[in-house]
Design a protein around this ligand. Structure first.
Ligand SMILES: O=C[C@H](O)[C@H](O)[C@H](O)COP(=O)(O)O
Length: 228
């Protein structure tokens, strides 16, 4: 029986098949992406590739730097050829929830500036409709209690995400994360519009119309799903 980490490693390794010489690659964040970055570093070395990485979190920057992958910031490049990232949930119509690792803001900036995005997930992340995974919303600390109360009154079942020491977790941009426990999202586009309209909300974890390629790790092997 293959365990979840083995499935993550499988898709992480598979994803670097889309990487070619001289590409600028967006590097996502999370436990699945970690395997992809390992595989990418090996491929760069083995094939002597010239690759520039654009990271989406301090965590990814640390790993990529330790493996010798050359990095630039998103503002230092004129384009990103491809971004490879994980996801927390992917619906049958290729929409996703991201931000389980609190990196949604930089991930969305990098994704929206990429010519192509690929998500790598194990089979447990596939759902019919989004919403079982709590939807992260990044908010600036000032006024965040007011936003929380508004979400609460709309029955979004909000919770502030906490750090290991019990304090409110701070993102790489020093913001808070409010997780919405929605169970099922009927209209992700409508919800995304509502969330973006709230003053103090910096970004939310609904990644809509972002990818058309998803690599899924099944016990039988990786499968590449392409949107029609
Ligand atoms: O903020 C974190 C990211 O959106 C991750 O890509 C997402 O949470 C998936 O992470 P993992 O591969 O660890 O399940």
């Amino acid at each position: 029986m293959v365990n979840q980490n083995e499935l993550k490693a499988l898709v992480g390794k598979k994803a670097v098949d889309w990487v070619f010489d001289n590409m600028t690659i967006g590097l996502g964040t999370g436990s699945t992406v970690k395997y992809m970055i390992e595989a990418l570093a090996k491929k760069i070395q083995k094939e002597n590739l010239s690759i520039t990485g654009i990271v989406t979190s301090a965590e990814t920057a640390k790993q990529a730097t330790s493996l010798g992958i050359p990095l630039k910031s998103v503002d230092e490049v004129d384009h990103i050829d491809l971004t490879i990232d994980g996801a927390d949930e992917v619906s049958a119509d290729f929409q996703g929830i991201k931000g389980g690792g609190a990196a949604l803001l930089f991930e969305k900036i990098v994704a929206t500036n990429s010519k192509k995005n690929i998500w790598i997930v194990d089979q447990s992340k596939l759902v019919n409709k989004l919403g079982s995974f709590p939807l992260p919303v990044e908010v600036i600390p000032y006024g965040s209690k007011k936003i929380f109360e508004r979400f609460d009154s709309r029955k979004f079942h909000p919770t502030f995400r906490l750090a290991a020491d019990g304090s409110k977790l701070r993102t790489d941009s020093d913001n808070y994360i409010i997780d919405l426990h929605l169970e099922q999202i009927t209209d992700p586009f409508k919800l995304a519009d509502y969330l973006k309209a709230q003053v103090g909300v910096v970004e939310h974890g609904l990644f809509l119309n972002t990818v058309n390629t998803v690599i899924v790790g099944y016990t039988s092997g990786p499968k590449v799903l392409e949107a029609r």
